[in-house]
Ligand binder design. Structure first.
Ligand code: HEM
Length: 409
C-alpha cells in the first residue's frame, strides 16, 4: 500500500487504487490490514469501493470519542436532503432510531427502552434455551453439520420473531427481506425488500393493536412516557430496525466465537468445566473478533479535529470497532484471547446510540455457547478445520459463511 498525502494525512490505497478493505486477505483476516492502517495514525482517510474516500477511525480512544461526538451526525436523510438520490427506500427503513440525532433520538430511544429493558430480556432466557436446544437436537441427528445455517443464523431470527410476535409461517419471508436489506443487493432489490418488510410490519402492528399479546411489539404499542407515545410510522421503523439490526450481528457473534472455540481445545474444555466463565468469554469474543469490523458511519456537520486529523464538514466518518478493539494502546497483546480483560470493547458502540439490543445479544450468545458446549462430549471442526474457515465476503461485518463440524457424542 502506498500512502499519498491529502490534507496532511495518508490516503491508503493499494497499487491498483482498489478498496484495500475488499481483498481476499481482508475477508480472511482483516486485523493485520486494520493494524497497518492504524500504524499511520488513529484516524486515516481511506479509499472505498466506489472511489470515494472516508475517514476510518481505528484507535480505541478516538473511536470512543467519535461515537459520542454531537458534531458527527447519524441523520443521513436531513444531512443529504439536498443531494439527488434515485433510491426508493421505505421511510421505515431509512428513518430509524439509528438514523436520528438528539433531541428526537432521545425521545424515541426512551420510549423504545420502556419495552426493551434488561428485565424483559431476562424473562426470555428460558425460552431462548428451549429454542437453542431444539436447534441442537436437529443438528445431533446428522453426522456432520453446518453450525452457521443450522444454529448461529436461525437462533437470533427465532428469538427476535418471538419477541415481536412474528408467526412461524412468516419468518422465512421476514428473514429474506432482512437479508436483502443487509446484503448490499442491487438497489431495486433493496428498495423492494424495504417496502415489503415495512408493509408486513404495518399489518402486524395493526393486528397487535386490535388484539395485544405479551410480546415486545404490544409493549411498544402501549409504551408511554409523560403522555408521549410512538406514532404509527415510528413503531413500524423501530420494529424494522429490531428485525434487521439484531439477527446477522448476533449470528456472527455466535459464529466467530465458535471459530475461536474450535481452534482452542483448552478453552473449550475450560468453559465446559466452568460455565460461569461464559459471560467473560462472550465479552472477549465481542472484543477479539466481533461482528462489526468497520461499521458504523457518521457525517461531520461542522469541521472538527479528531486524532490529529482535520475532518471537513460533510465528510463521512467510519468508526471501526474491529480495529479499536485491538488497539495496543488500550489492550495488552490485543490479538490474543484472554478472559476477564478490563478495557471495554466498542462492539456495541458507545454514547447515545449504544446498542439497544446488547443485553439480548449477550444472553443469546451465552446460551448458544452453553448449549453447544454441553450438548455433546465435544464438538470438532470438520472438513479442512477451523484454520480454513470460509468467511463472508463483506467489508462491514465479519462472520463465517459455513462452519462444518462433527460431534463427539
Ligand atoms: C445499535 C452492534 C445486536 C438493536 C447498535 C450499534 C452497534 C450495534 C455498534 C451502534 C451503532 C452506531 O452507533 O452507529 C450490535 C452487535 C450485536 C447487536 C455487535 C450482536 C452481537 C442487536 C440486537 C438488537 C439490536 C439483538 C435488537 C433486537 C439495535 C438498535 C440500535 C443498535 C435498535 C440503535 C440504537 C440507537 O440508535 O439508539 N448495535 N448489535 N442490536 N442495535 Fe445492536
Amino acid at each position: 500500500m502506498g500512502s499519498p498525502t491529502r490534507n496532511g494525512v495518508a490516503v491508503q490505497r493499494n497499487a491498483s487504487g482498489a478498496d484495500p478493505l475488499a481483498s481476499p486477505e481482508y475477508f480472511r483476516d482483516p486485523y493485520p490490514l486494520l493494524a497497518a492502517v492504524r500504524s499511520g495514525g488513529p484516524v486515516q482517510r481511506i479509499r472505498t469501493g466506489n472511489g470515494r474516500t472516508t475517514w476510518l477511525v481505528t484507535g480505541w480512544a478516538e473511536a470512543r470519542a467519535a461515537l459520542a461526538d454531537a458534531r458527527l451526525s447519524k441523520d443521513t436523510a436531513r444531512y443529504f436532503a439536498d443531494r439527488p438520490s434515485n433510491r426508493n427506500l421505505a421511510p421505515a427503513v431509512s428513518r430509524t432510531l439509528l438514523a436520528t440525532d438528539p433531541p428526537d433520538h432521545g425521545r424515541l430511544r426512551k420510549l423504545a427502552m420502556t419495552a426493551f429493558t434488561p428485565a424483559a430480556v431476562a424473562r426470555l432466557e428460558p425460552r431462548i434455551r428451549v429454542l437453542a436446544g431444539e436447534l441442537a437436537d436437529a443438528l445431533a441427528e446428522r453426522a456432520e453439520a453446518d453450525l452457521v445455517e443450522g444454529f448461529a443464523v436461525p437462533l437470533p431470527i427465532a428469538v427476535i420473531s418471538e419477541l415481536l410476535g412474528i408467526p412461524e409461517p412468516d419468518r422465512a419471508a421476514v428473514r429474506r427481506w432482512s437479508d436483502e436489506l443487509f446484503a448490499a443487493a442491487a438497489p431495486d432489490t433493496v428498495d423492494r425488500a424495504s417496502h415489503a418488510l415495512s408493509g408486513y410490519l404495518t399489518r402486524l402492528i395493526a393486528d397487535r393493536r386490535a388484539a395485544p399479546g405479551d410480546d415486545v411489539l404490544s409493549g411498544l404499542i402501549a409504551a408511554r412516557d409523560d403522555g408521549d407515545r410512538l406514532s404509527e410510522p415510528e413503531l413500524v421503523s423501530l420494529a424494522a430496525l429490531l428485525v434487521v439490526a439484531g439477527h446477522e450481528t448476533t449470528a456472527n457473534l455466535i459464529g466467530n466465537g465458535m471459530v475461536t472455540l474450535l481452534r482452542d481445545d483448552a478453552l473449550r474444555a475450560r468453559l465446559r468445566a466452568d460455565l460461569a466463565l461464559l459471560p467473560a468469554a462472550v465479552e472477549e469474543f465481542l472484543r477479539h473478533d466481533g461482528p462489526l469490523t468497520v461499521a458504523t458511519f457518521r457525517y461531520a456537520t461542522e469541521p472538527l479535529v479528531l486524532g490529529g486529523a482535520t475532518i471537513a464538514a460533510g465528510d463521512v466518518v467510519q468508526v471501526a470497532p474491529g480495529a479499536a478493539n485491538r488497539d495496543p494502546a488500550r489492550f495488552d497483546a490485543p490479538d490474543s484471547v484472554r478472559l476477564g480483560r478490563a478495557g471495554g470493547h466498542l462492539s456495541f458502540g458507545h454514547g447515545p446510540h449504544h446498542c439497544l439490543g446488547a443485553a439480548l445479544a449477550r444472553v443469546e450468545a451465552r446460551i448458544a455457547f452453553e448449549v453447544l458446549l454441553t450438548r455433546w462430549t465435544d464438538i470438532r471442526p470438520a472438513g479442512h478445520g477451523p484454520d480454513a474457515v470460509e468467511w463472508r465476503r463483506t467489508r462491514l461485518m465479519r462472520g463465517p459463511a459455513r462452519l462444518p463440524v462433527t460431534f463427539v457424542p
